[in-house]
Ligand binder design. Structure first.
Ligand SMILES: [Zn+2]
Ligand SMILES: [Zn+2]
Length: 184
């Protein structure tokens, strides 16, 4: 079965959702319900995009979803990660549905009939599930920077990624260089 359309954008969506809360500084990107709509808008992909007007409750549910998705990255084993994903998939009612909106019929697991949280939950949990199945658990990482705990899914060929972003890599390299110079 081809789940390839759950391999790129949904994974990015999951990572961006988890990182929408900076757990080190406490900086929150999803501050008001409208931020949920903006988040969905900014992650447009190959699926329906219902014109929801998220409310306070949706904001609360999406934040709760976010902390569950973070647990996938914080899991100690693939078994633990899979258990979290299976719970989210079940709770978000991720059910296969045949879509004919593209060039050929294909499966989607999120529904327009649910809520923004269920919609985001089904897409992101599917994305992380496909990433886990196809890439393995060691692709899931948390930034090694001392000042950042953002998550990432490593798609580098040799699984060598240590940081969430180039920005963190650069900052850590500069810090390491300065420390070496001080030591020398
Ligand atoms: Zn589609
Ligand atoms: Zn980072």
């Amino acid at each position: 079965m081809d789940f390839s359309h759950y391999s790129d954008e949904p994974v990015r969506m999951a990572v961006d959702l988890v990182n929408s809360l900076d757990v080190v500084s406490g900086q929150e990107t999803l501050e008001v319900p409208g931020d949920v709509a903006s988040f969905i808008e900014a992650h447009n992909g190959d699926w329906c995009r219902p014109g929801w007007q998220p409310g306070e409750r949706d904001l609360h549910e999406v934040r709760a979803l976010r902390s569950r998705l973070r647990q996938v990255f914080e899991a100690a084993t693939d078994e633990e990660a899979a258990a979290v994903l299976n719970d989210v998939l079940a709770d978000m009612e991720a059910v296969p549905r045949v879509s004919v909106h593209g060039t050929a019929p294909h499966l989607h697991f999120e529904s327009e009939a649910g809520s923004p949280a269920r919609y985001l939950g089904a897409i992101t949990a599917m994305g992380l599930s496909v990433a886990l199945i196809e890439g393995g658990f060691d692709r899931f990482g948390i930034c090694h920077s001392s000042t950042c705990e953002d998550v990432f899914v490593d798609v580098s060929r040799n699984h060598s990624r240590l940081h969430c972003s180039d920005r963190c890599t650069t900052r850590e390299n500069v810090a390491a260089h300065r420390a070496r110079r001080r030591a020398g």
